[in-house]
Design a protein around this ligand. Structure first.
Ligand code: 6PG
Length: 237
């Protein structure tokens, strides 16, 4: 049984970034006690809503209770320009008072990084980790996190695994679909006309491993799609 799905269409990328930051802040604020476990996404789209969080909403977030993880990471050092950790530190985490011990980087440059991160998740969250919030992006090929079409990661049953960009075979570490689908809230944030065809496919065609993002469906959680007008431009509904 799938949980609830909401699709919000915003007029432009700026309004999208405000909506994403606002939904995140409200969701985090609703976790009234204990640790708040969130997972960030990589790529370029998050930079805009990270800035809104820093500039407008940071004071509303109980950073001392927030624990930060990544839904995927490239197998590069943490100071590499391709690092999702570096992007998040540069655009968000260095600018808010989240305790450094609450920042849980994927040591993707090391051998055994997937198993190490899976152990960390179990240590921090117990044997059935349930994130309070997971940000996700969407690639034009239908990938999300580092779950790329045609790769074994899409079928993995654990929590964290090796992902590969089938075309380029660049190593990545990624959350699996079972981990993503165990979350309380999962939010796709998608901007730009180059994503429009895949947004329509994922939202309006039957789910398929050929576009892994379509397999994200939190069984006991909420799925939120935040789209700007360009990304939503091919939707029929
Ligand atoms: C990554 C991301 C990836 C990203 C999409 C969209 O490590 O690259 O996790 O899944 O979210 O590729 O990327 P853009 O936001 O740059 O379009």
């Amino acid at each position: 049984m799938a949980g609830m799905r909401r699709v919000l269409k915003l007029p432009d990328a700026r309004e999208l970034s405000f909506a994403a930051a606002g939904e995140f802040t409200r969701a985090v604020g609703a976790v009234k006690k204990g640790k708040i476990h969130i997972a960030l996404s990589g790529g370029n789209t998050p930079k805009a809503f990270h800035k809104v969080i820093v500039d407008k909403l940071a004071s509303r977030i109980p950073w001392d209770r927030v624990h930060v993880y990544w839904g995927d990471e490239r197998c590069v050092p943490p100071d590499h320009p391709d690092s999702n950790y570096k992007m998040a530190m540069d655009t968000l985490l260095s600018h808010v008072p989240v305790p450094s011990e609450n920042i849980h980087r994927i040591m993707a440059e090391q051998e055994g990084a997937a198993a190490q991160y899976e152990s960390l998740l179990r240590r921090e969250m117990g044997d059935s980790p349930r994130f309070d919030w997971i940000f996700l992006g969407l690639g034009p090929d239908g990938h999300t996190a580092s779950l790329f079409p045609g790769t074994p990661a899409v079928q993995e049953g654990g929590l964290v695994c090796d992902g590969y960009m089938a075309a380029k075979q660049s190593r990545r570490i990624t959350f699996t679909l079972p981990l993503i689908n165990a979350a309380a809230k999962v939010a796709f944030v998608v901007s730009g006309p180059e994503k429009a065809d895949m947004v329509r496919t994922v939202l309006e065609d039957p789910p398929s491993p050929s576009h892994p993002a379509s397999l994200v469906s939190p069984a006991q959680g909420e799925l939120l799609w935040l789209l700007d007008r360009d990304a939503a431009s091919r939707l029929k509904a």
